[in-house]
Design a protein around this ligand. Structure first.
Ligand code: FAD
Length: 296
């Protein structure tokens, strides 16, 4: 690891000016659970590391009738520790609960998971399924980007020189809606998803017909994938096994994974279908007010 300067920012403006001054030699530190490992293993280099955990906007969240505004630096344990978030955004909780073990979850943030931009990141399909808006601050002011457009390549995203992610904005949790996230890993803990699948649905008042849906996959392409066509095709369909199977077939067809030590291309395409079907079942059950546990 090379020597680097360490600064703690207390406002967004201060963080932006520190980052802008050093350009691509500067790195934001939130939980550090990706960054410190990458610096130590020389996978990334930095001359300046800017800790953003003292910036109020980044470590707060608010849940109102308008939705959830989640500071980019809020650690996972605070998310699943909040009963109101567990009720309103159970898919987010599915993700936050499986990012590493307890020690990692006490540091790791959803913002860091997104900005690390791994194709296999466990929060990103969930963020895409919930149609989250990313709030970004930089030298040219503030802007927003839909999360489905945030990642551009493995480890890369839309953030420009001097920019940082400040908040994630979740739309209001509508009645008769539900979300779920599932991943497959060969071991039960601290592993990278072979495939991850997120689903969100809005049902009619009877809980029988899907009005809207959003599906997303991780670890089957260079970036997490929003399954736009497969999601649109669900609108107006009955929330039945036959419909879920159609979505599963579409997900398998869209997935374009690589062969690696964690799974072959064919295996991952198959898994993409299986997990989309199961996460859809979970999202529908939750939308109907039923209990659904991703771990059984
Ligand atoms: C033992 C272990 C197990 C893990 N298990 C999992 C797992 O199961 N699933 C999973 O998805 N990940 C896992 N991870 C990876 C990591 O914990 C997560 O990606 C975590 O959410 C990263 O959050 P962080 O706050 O620690 O990010 P950091 O390490 O602080 O930052 C990650 C990257 O994002 C950038 N960044 C952070 N915040 C911002 C911001 N606000 N604006 C701009 N850039 C920013 C940083 O510069 C860095 O490049 C694991 C890591 C470890 C060490």
């Amino acid at each position: 690891m090379n020597d680097f300067e360490f600064q703690t920012a207390t406002t967004v403006d201060e963080a932006v000016s520190l980052l802008a001054a050093k350009g691509d030699r500067a790195r934001v530190l939130t939980g550090g659970t990706d960054l410190i490992v990458q610096l130590r293993e020389n996978l990334r280099e930095a001359d300046l590391v800017v800790d953003v955990k003292k910036i109020p906007e980044l470590i707060q969240y608010s849940l109102t009738e308008k939705g959830l505004r989640l500071g980019a630096g809020v650690p996972c344990y605070r998310i699943y520790g909040d009963e109101a978030i567990r009720k309103a955004y159970p898919g987010l909780v599915d993700s936050a609960r499986i990012i590493g073990g307890w020690q990692i979850q006490s540091r790791a943030s959803i913002g860091g998971n997104l900005c690390n931009s791994s194709p296999a990141a466990d929060s990103i399909p969930t963020l895409i399924a919930y149609n989250v808006i990313c709030h970004i601050a930089g030298p040219e002011g503030r802007r927003t980007v839909p999360v489905a457009e945030f990642c551009t390549a493995p480890g890369r995203n839309v953030l420009k020189r001097g920019e940082l992610l400040t908040e994630l904005e979740f739309p209001a949790a509508a009645r008769h809606s539900g979300g779920a996230y599932l991943r497959f890993i060969p071991r039960n803990e601290m592993d990278i998803a072979v495939v991850g699948a997120g689903a969100w649905v809005q049902l009619d008042a009877k809980g029988e017909t899907i009005e809207r849906a959003r599906l997303a996959l991780a670890a089957v392409a260079p970036t997490p994938l929003f399954l736009a066509d497969a999601s649109a095709a669900l609108a107006g369909k009955p929330a039945t096994e036959a419909t879920f199977k159609e979505a599963a077939a579409a997900a398998s067809a869209i997935a374009r994974p690589i062969n690696d030590k964690r799974g072959t291309l064919e295996y991952r395409k198959h898994l993409a279908g299986v997990l989309i079907e199961r996460s859809l079942v979970g999202a529908v059950r939750r939308a109907r007010g039923e209990k659904w546990d991703p771990h059984v």
